[in-house]
Design a protein around this ligand. Structure first.
Ligand SMILES: [Cu+2]
Length: 167
């Protein structure tokens, strides 16, 4: 009776040990992690899930200044702090996005990817400035950072809307 018990104990100890070893040497671990990431990205895209922005992230217009009178074409320089710029489509680099310039206050839905229109310009290559042809008169400019799928972050990372005058 005793030897059997000892054998059972040894056997279960061996099994427990090999289970741990198997977990540590799971040769599919990388593939599993990749599949999980891809499934997450797929769901985010299908369901318009917003990407979280880090606390303190700020986007701002460096130039022109609010209230400035300028001539067309206007060079608009984008500023970003607390996050990094990455081209659109780069999914798996945390705390990065690309700039969108809203011209003359278009109505946009912040819960879905931003549309591409004359009033919503995308800088999906990771540009940090642009040259803008504007008609004479007053115009408003505002920056909104978008994630890899062109969707505003949560919390939204957007600049003040500034008003400029084009001569
Ligand atoms: Cu975009």
């Amino acid at each position: 009776m005793k030897p059997t018990l000892v054998t059972l104990c040894l056997l279960s100890a061996t099994l427990a040990g090999s289970a741990v070893a198997a977990e540590k040497t799971d040769k599919y671990a990388d593939y599993k992690a990749m599949a999980k990431q891809q499934a997450g990205n797929y769901a985010a895209e299908k369901l318009n899930l917003p990407t979280a922005s880090p606390a303190g992230a700020k986007v701002y217009i460096i130039s022109p200044k609010a209230g400035e009178t300028v001539t067309s074409p206007v060079t608009v320089v984008f500023g970003l702090s607390g996050m990094g710029v990455a081209p659109a489509g780069i999914k798996d680099v945390q705390n990065t996005g690309h700039h969108h310039l809203l011209i003359d206050s278009p109505t946009v839905d912040y819960a879905v990817p931003l549309p591409m229109t004359d009033q919503v310009k995308h800088f999906g290559a990771g540009q940090t400035e642009t040259s803008l042809a504007l008609k004479p008169g007053t115009h408003t400019l505002q920056l909104v950072l978008g994630d890899w799928k062109h969707q505003p972050f949560n919390p939204n990372v957007q600049s003040e809307a500034i008003t400029i005058t084009v001569k």
